[in-house]
Design a protein around this ligand. Structure first.
Ligand SMILES: Cc1cc2nc3c(=O)[nH]c(=O)nc-3n(C[C@H](O)[C@H](O)[C@H](O)COP(=O)(O)OP(=O)(O)OC[C@H]3O[C@@H](n4cnc5c(N)ncnc54)[C@H](O)[C@@H]3O)c2cc1C
Length: 360
């Protein structure tokens, strides 16, 4: 689906993890505005998705902060550069364009130093960008799916990993799988409108807010829904469609009749579409040089956990350094023939202007 008008930009960052966010900062200092796309609905990458409340001790100058605090601080730090975020969209394809076609947001003509790139997302958004920064980390987060042969065929008809339109489930017999906040929130939200509801979780303990768990238990006690502790071990479908799932509990197997299954088993990262962009790869990472952090395609940079070079360490501080050097390289690519000058944020009036600060 590529129906939308292309969005022109000088820099497109794929990935809004800590390194992608800091890339916005480093580009901003050099006067380059960035757009950021992430398949998650929120910024922060692994920090927010996997360890928001855990402490990090090895960010220079910050003795300790949680994953979420680091992301909140990065968002504050990049605010002067007003990046545009495109969240909940996965970058699917990257296609180099012919020379001379690229034109930046600032209407600067691409003067032959590469024609830029078209990047298209799963929602059909098209970016016409002069440089690309892949900050995809360990990949885009994908819903964890049941390992049941053939169940993919029922996706978005009877098996769902995201709820876009709750009304779609009105009157249906629904099974919700999971024990975290998403599973419990949707259980409570859908219970009043569905025909019947069963919550299936593999163990009695939930990882959701205690108030949500208590509300669910009340609905079960009042006979308004079922709660089953067990594992999904099969499903039942025929020509007429999806008919139900098989749950294995301590007492044996049970068939649950349902025509919609909502799976909330969390997200797992996969390198995903980036693997097909024609880049020189090292297993599931992208080879880069250590001068520009450029990939095998000139104008496409890779920083953070997604890249590989001799001695690479998957640490946030490494990604920050890589973002700085990639930004300088991109600046010289966008303005060929001009040396990108290093200026200190402490003393440079230009840096102050870009940061919107008025130091004493
Ligand atoms: C439990 C845990 C604790 C950790 N503790 C530390 C620590 O103490 N110190 C430290 O330095 N590091 C730590 N790390 C590692 C650190 O989190 C990573 O190094 C860091 O998150 C990498 O940042 P990134 O921006 O490169 O990628 P990520 O944080 O992985 O973000 C990448 C983003 O790219 C998005 N993405 C990928 N592909 C696409 C696509 N095609 N389209 C759209 N979006 C896409 C993903 O959805 C994701 O949001 C820890 C990791 C874990 C799991």
């Amino acid at each position: 689906m590529t129906t939308k008008e292309p969005i022109r930009t000088d820099a497109l960052i794929v990935g809004a993890g800590p390194c992608g966010l800091f890339q916005v900062f480093e580009l901003g200092l050099l006067g380059i505005h960035a757009r950021v796309v992430d398949s998650l609905k929120h910024v922060g990458g692994q920090c927010t998705e996997l360890y928001p409340d855990k402490p990090i001790y090895d960010i220079p100058g910050i003795p300790v902060c949680s994953g979420q605090e680091l992301i909140d601080n990065l968002m504050e730090q990049i605010r002067p550069f007003a990046p545009d975020f495109h969240l909940g969209e996965e970058a699917l394809t990257l296609t180099p364009k012919g020379d001379g076609e690229g034109e930046g947001e600032g209407d600067e003509k691409d003067n032959g130093n590469g024609g830029g790139f078209e990047v298209v997302t799963d929602l059909g958004t098209r970016f016409d960008t002069r440089t690309v920064f892949i900050a995809g980390g360990v990949g885009s987060f994908q819903p964890r799916r049941p390992k049941l042969e053939g169940i993919d065929a029922y996706e978005e008809q009877s098996v769902f990993y995201r709820v876009r339109d709750p009304e779609r489930f009105a009157g249906r017999s629904v099974a919700v799988l999971g024990g975290g906040d998403s599973a419990l929130d949707w259980t409570l939200a859908l219970q009043p409108i569905v025909g019947s509801l069963t919550l299936v979780h593999r163990r009695p303990e939930y990882r959701a807010a205690p108030a949500s768990v208590a509300a669910m238990k009340r609905l079960v006690a009042d006979g308004n829904m079922r709660e089953i502790i067990g594992r999904v071990t099969g499903y039942d479908a025929n020509e007429q469609g999806f008919r139900g799932i098989e749950i294995t509990t301590e007492d044996g197997t049970e068939q649950i009749s349902c025509d919609a299954v909502l799976v909330f088993w969390g997200q797992v990262p996969k390198l995903g579409p980036i693997a097909d962009w024609g880049l020189d790869l090292n297993r599931r990472t992208i080879n880069v040089d250590t001068e520009k952090f450029e990939t095998s395609i000139p104008g496409v940079y890779a920083i953070g956990d997604v890249n590989h070079y001799p001695g690479k360490k998957k640490l946030i501080l490494s990604g920050f350094h890589e973002a700085a050097l990639a930004a300088f390289a991109a600046k010289e690519r966008l303005e060929p023939g001009k040396k990108a000058r290093l200026q200190y944020t402490t003393t440079s009036p230009l840096m102050h202007e870009r940061l919107g600060v008025k130091p004493d």
